[in-house]
Design a protein around this ligand. Sequence first.
Ligand code: SAM
Length: 212
Amino acid sequence: MAADKHSSWSYTEGLPDEDDILLRARDRSHELGVAPVTPAVGAALTVLAAASKASTAVEVGAGAGVSGVCLLRGLGRNAVLTTIDSDVDHLRAAREAYSEAGIPSNRTRTISGRAADVLPRLTDAAYDLVFIDADKPGLPVYVEQATRLLKDGGIMIINDALDQDRVAEPAVREQSTNTLRQVGKMIRENEALVSALVPTGTGLLLAVKQRA
Ligand SMILES: C[S@@+](CC[C@H](N)C(=O)[O-])C[C@H]1O[C@@H](n2cnc3c(N)ncnc32)[C@H](O)[C@@H]1O
């Protein structure tokens, strides 16, 4: 019998057994009209955060806190997540999710503002992990800023890197799809980065800044 990629994808997405804290954060996301990371992406974020042994992380696009809780659960007990969102209601919901998850308030720094204004104010080479899940037009700037913010050995993670599965379709010329193609190329051609595109969720682009 031929293997079915879609069945494998559905199986993978159905595996994480999310607790009430994540399920409530998902409900709040939907109420606010925010698309949270898929369950398999959430699980991958926890693993990547744990594997990176990051002590400092930045998230662009807090939403209602689903991805933040997943990251914080993988990060070490003393690690701090700086998360940025331009919508104050989303940030309020994200704070509620962190609090319900029992995350001490000194482990999160929530910054309200447009990422293009906030990221340039963060310190060079001070972060072990940067997760990007916000507006598509801003992506080239966020990737440039993330590359500056990462320490050597740090990891950048971009969600929805396949733009709802449109990137692989050459006939699709939507602006967001072209931006994702451009950003993928920019990362692959950057000799300071090693990268991989993983088809979990709607694509996770992983890039590690190599030690000089
Ligand atoms: C897809 S949602 C993030 C979902 C979240 N990562 C999660 O999994 O729970 C995108 C978020 O980016 C925020 N956003 C959109 N444009 C932004 C910008 N220019 N700067 C900062 N945040 C922005 C939106 O308010 C929204 O909360």
